[in-house]
Ligand binder design. Structure first.
Ligand code: C5P
Length: 209
């Protein structure tokens, strides 16, 4: 493989996004937050008042998706994460977004992709695979702080409930369920701040690449 692929998977709020961005900067790679693709499909379905489980409509949206025209701030809200997890369970939606993720990664010098199925489905041969996780309580605490910073005022218990529901849906779906690839290295960030997680991840990258 000419392009270096770093595959990062993990549940919501595990710190994988921050880690992916920092690793991309450190290794001179491009970065794709693949959750944004599913969030964008969900956003457009809601904007068009389509039911989230209308697979034909969701597939059509995914197949013609152009992220350039989407305002990222409209994709980050709490309800969009949940809606994304509903559309992302649909096989044809996942299929429509697969090639786009692969071609992004294969362009030299390579990329860091973060999501739920990067090491298992999108790049099963990636030389570096990280599964980033943290306790549900710690992930809820982080997500809560992030939403408060964005001006969304929701209580911690509601966020914890969201996280548990989303984990359950993402881990138990038939298509590309969230799970570590057999050859992924797990990094538990429950007791690590962003710098310590980054340092630990760099060590893993150095041993794998
Ligand atoms: O990572 P993020 O929280 O933005 O992802 C939103 C939702 O999109 C996830 O809960 C998951 O259902 C879905 N997703 C996915 N596969 C990916 C990335 C995200 O199914 N590679």
């Amino acid at each position: 493989m000419d392009a270096l692929i770093i595959a990062i998977d993990g549940p919501a709020g595990s710190g994988k996004g921050t880690l992916a961005r920092r690793l991309a900067g450190a290794y001179g790679l491009r970065h794709l937050d693949t959750g944004l693709l599913y969030r964008a499909v969900a956003r457009l379905m809601l904007d068009r008042s389509r039911p989230l489980d209308d697979e034909d409509a969701a597939h059509a949206v995914a197949a013609t998706l152009n992220l350039e025209f989407m305002d990222e701030s409209r994709l980050r809200g709490r309800e969009i994460g949940d809606a994304a997890s509903v559309v992302s369970a649909q096989p044809r939606v996942r299929h429509a977004l697969l090639e786009r993720q692969r071609s992004f990664g294969l362009e030299p010098p390579g990329a860091v992709l973060d999501g739920r199925d990067i090491g298992t489905v999108i790049f099963p041969d990636a030389p570096v695979k990280l599964f980033v996780t943290a306790s549900a309580e710690e992930r809820a605490r982080r997500r809560h702080a992030e939403l408060v910073e964005r001006g969304e005022h929701v209580d911690y218990d509601a966020i914890l409930d969201d996280i548990r529901k989303r984990d359950d849906r993402d881990m138990n779906r038939a298509q590309a369920p969230l799970k570590p690839a057999d050859d992924a290295i797990t990094l538990d960030t429950t007791d690590l701040d962003a710098d310590a997680a980054f340092e630990a991840a760099c060590k893993i990258v150095e041993t794998c690449r």
